[in-house]
Design a protein around this ligand. Structure first.
Ligand SMILES: *Cc1c(COP(=O)(O)O)cnc(C)c1O
Length: 404
């Protein structure tokens, strides 16, 4: 196998041993249909024109590549922030939903379903459904509905129906199960917009391609600012892996570029309260894909925990499982308190309040050893407005314990 193909999905949907499409018989036709047409559609002139136009005029791309001077001073290197937090709806997720709804329309689908955890993907999906005048049903765990009130209200205002899921932990994993169940009941008229690089083939590759606009822009922007189109380090947080996939996509075969990913350590990877799937997972099948899964001895899924609702998923995209297993990416676990502290640091140094998910990769900075000449590009996947209650609670606790 040559290098170029190493990190690309193969025709059976695998990255090494990870990936594939493990689906019930009833979904066979819609998944194989999607497999056979998605690349052709994504590469067609007509799709590209409409997608690029919406990314520019509606999402607000290109997102800035911001040289963060004070943060750079603190870590002794040159740090650029890729500002996905400035996108319409406040995160990178909209890059994917805009692309998938254009795909759904070209497939003649009438109805859109989605799963959501923190609500960011639900909002991004409800947004493009309003834009395209399509029916939208979003599955969300009852626990998350309680934790993320404003995102629920946003989805409703956008015209989506939010269906509460009360099985399991009542979080993202359970919402995904329920969305798949719905899809099985309506395979012919319904398109399932998956929110990350997870699920059966072709979703991981489809979502990575739609998010790859992030690294396409980084290349151009770095060339303009630095006279070379690659950094020494790329850094991103991973829940399912979509903002990271977009950040690294066009650099996967460039060994000059080191890749550092952060997963949610929760209260510590040894604590039993963690979502560090790459550290703790074993190979299994989750939501249609063979990947690393947090599971017990009997293969029962273990409930993940993170302060960040966008990162507490018991699986991980098959691409990222592969990149970590073959050594292409270094994956660090960043705990709740490290992420919270890093969020305050960015806010005070640069005047940018990051999403809690993004705060995890910021928390990885202090675990790194940089040289002064190093150029680092770190993706701020979203903005922190939705996380203010958690941030305020944390400040109250640290003030009370005299740490501030
Ligand atoms: C959903 C979300 C994530 C995690 O999802 P990925 O698919 O791993 O990118 C990270 N950051 C933000 C702001 C999110 O909304």
């Amino acid at each position: 196998m040559n290098k170029m193909e190493t990190y690309q999905v193969n025709e059976r949907g695998f990255y090494g041993e990870f990936g594939g499409a493990y689906i019930p018989e009833i979904l066979h036709k819609c998944v194989t249909d999607l497999q056979s047409v998605y690349r052709e559609i994504l590469e067609s002139r007509d799709f590209k024109q409409e997608y690029d136009r919406l990314l520019r005029d509606y999402v607000g791309r290109p997102s800035p590549l911001y040289p963060a001077a004070r943060l750079s001073g603190k870590y002794g290197c040159k740090i650029y922030l890729k500002r996905e937090d400035l996108n319409h709806t406040g995160a990178h997720k909209i890059n994917n939903t805009v692309g998938q709804i254009l795909l759904a329309r070209r497939l003649g689908k009438k109805r859109i379903i989605a799963e959501t955890g923190a609500g960011q993907h639900g909002v991004a999906t409800a947004t493009v459904c309003a834009l395209m005048n399509m029916q939208c049903v979003v599955y969300m765990g009852e626990t998350d509905i309680r934790r993320q009130r404003t995102n629920v209200e946003r989805m409703k205002m956008l015209g989506a129906e939010v269906r509460s899921v009360t099985s399991g932990n009542m979080t993202l994993k359970d919402a995904t199960n329920e969305a798949i169940r719905d899809w099985c009941c309506h395979p012919s008229d319904t398109y399932y917009i998956i929110g990350s690089t997870v699920g059966p083939h072709p979703y991981p590759d489809l979502v990575a391609r739609l998010q790859s606009v992030i690294s396409e822009e980084i290349k151009k922007q770095l060339l303009e600012k630095e006279g070379r189109d690659y950094p020494d380090y790329l850094m991103a947080c991973v829940g399912g892996g979509s903002n990271a996939a977009g950040t690294i996509y066009h650099y996967l075969n460039d060994e000059r570029v080191k890749i550092v990913l952060a997963e949610a350590g929760g209260k510590g990877i040894e604590s039993g309260m963690s979502a560090a799937t790459i550290h703790l997972g074993r190979t299994g099948i989750l939501h249609g894909s063979r990947t690393l899964v947090m599971q017990d001895e009997d293969g029962q899924i273990e409930e993940p925990y993170s302060v960040s609702a966008g990162l507490d998923y018991p699986g991980i995209g098959p691409l990222h499982a592969y990149l970590s297993r073959c050594g292409r990416a270094r994956v660090v676990a960043v705990n709740d308190d490290q992420a919270l502290q890093a969020a305050y640091e960015l806010t005070r140094l640069e005047g940018i309040i990051p999403a809690l998910e993004s705060a995890h990769i910021l928390g990885a900075l202090e675990k790194m050893k940089f040289r002064p000449s190093d150029i680092v590009v770190l993706t701020v996947s979203g903005r922190g407005d939705k996380d203010l209650p958690v941030y305020l609670q944390y400040r109250k606790e640290t003030v009370l314990s005299g740490n501030e």
